[in-house]
Design a protein around this ligand. Structure first.
Ligand code: GLV
Ligand code: GLV
Length: 315
């Protein structure tokens, strides 16, 4: 039986799919493996089921050995995988698109509402035991209706966010590589998304082109009353520039579910009331995480059976 290395816990349903095609080893560590541990762990594997915190590069492929056929990343994003290096070795790379679209779009709205209705601030106040009482001017936020949502990167998740935004009565502008003929929002240059939006929500993948897409200049281009929401990958935002912009009052607030040096967070963000911080929860529902792991396992099963993967990515 071919060896299948799973770099961290996955739901049983997915383990069972893998067990039908190989001998499964799941890392027992309740943390990401170090690069050395990862190389040792994958040694002799035909398949690696990887997490977004694993850096899968040529050294990992080399450590796995010439029998490596497939890397199945349990995430839609695959910036952690050197796809070109895998392709060069004939190793198939797969991700998990589609199954986490709704969960991530839902969380995006949770963050939008947390920002505009000051949920974190209110929660901290109640827990603090400090006195408070209802009054007409107490912890006022702002509504979403009639505001403009700017979507950066109109993939499946961006579209699902747009559907929700329509239900909240928001206008939609979007930027990306191309206009989508079947989508009702207004396609505008990235700079115009920044200039016009009350909320800028990031849904582009992390690539060399999108690293620090939100830098000091981009933040300055946003409206002073605007909010930034990041549920994609931390390095799309220059976190230090974001802290500067918040300190200078250049934007109204930000919600981050992902971080530049995850799990570390720019310390200047931690004490700010107008910042919402969540620990990479975009896809974190039982159903979604199970579906992601099962899809990754099916990708492995297909490739090891000599068939096409279900959701392959290419460099
Ligand atoms: C999660 O962040 C993913 O890319 O699936
Ligand atoms: C670019 O960000 C795109 O998704 O088109």
């Amino acid at each position: 039986m071919p060896k299948i290395a799973v770099t961290r816990w996955i739901p049983d349903e997915a383990v069972r799919v893998l067990e039908s095609v190989g001998e499964v080893a799941v890392s027992p560590a309740d943390r990401p493996l170090t690069p050395e541990e990862l190389r040792e762990f994958v040694s002799g594997s035909a398949a690696v089921v990887s997490m977004l915190h694993d850096r899968i590069d040529s050294t990992v492929a080399e450590a796995a050995g010439p029998g490596l056929k497939v890397v199945a990343n349990v995430a839609v994003g695959y910036d952690n995988v050197d796809v070109a290096a895998m392709t060069e070795r004939g190793v198939v790379v797969a991700n998990t698109p589609g199954v986490l679209t709704d969960a991530t779009a839902d969380l995006t709205f949770g963050l939008l509402l947390a920002l505009t209705r000051r949920l974190g601030e209110g929660e901290r106040l109640v827990r603090s035991g400090r006195p408070w009482s209802f009054h007409l001017g107490f912890l006022l936020g702002s509504g979403l209706q009639g505001t403009t949502l700017g979507i950066v990167g109109l993939g499946q998740i961006g579209r699902a966010v747009a559907e929700r935004a329509a239900a909240f009565g928001m206008r939609i502008v979007y930027s990306g590589r191309s206009r989508k003929a079947d989508f009702a929002g207004e396609f505008v240059p990235f700079e115009e998304v920044l200039r016009r939006s009350d909320f800028v929500s990031l849904h582009c993948p992390l690539t060399p082109d999108t690293r620090h897409l939100i830098d000091a200049a981009a933040l300055r281009a946003m409206k002073p009353g605007a909010y930034l929401v990041n549920t994609t990958r931390g390095p799309v935002v220059d976190e230090s520039a974001l802290a500067d912009a918040l300190e200078a009052g250049e934007i109204a607030g930000a919600a981050l579910d992902v971080f530049e040096a995850e799990p570390d967070v720019e310390p200047r963000l931690l004490g700010r009331e107008n910042v919402v911080l969540t620990p990479h929860l975009g896809s974190a529902t039982v159903e979604t995480r199970t579906a992601m792991a099962v899809l990754a396992a099916r990708n492995v099963a297909s490739v090891l059976a000599g068939a096409e993967p279900l959701t392959e990515v290419s460099a």
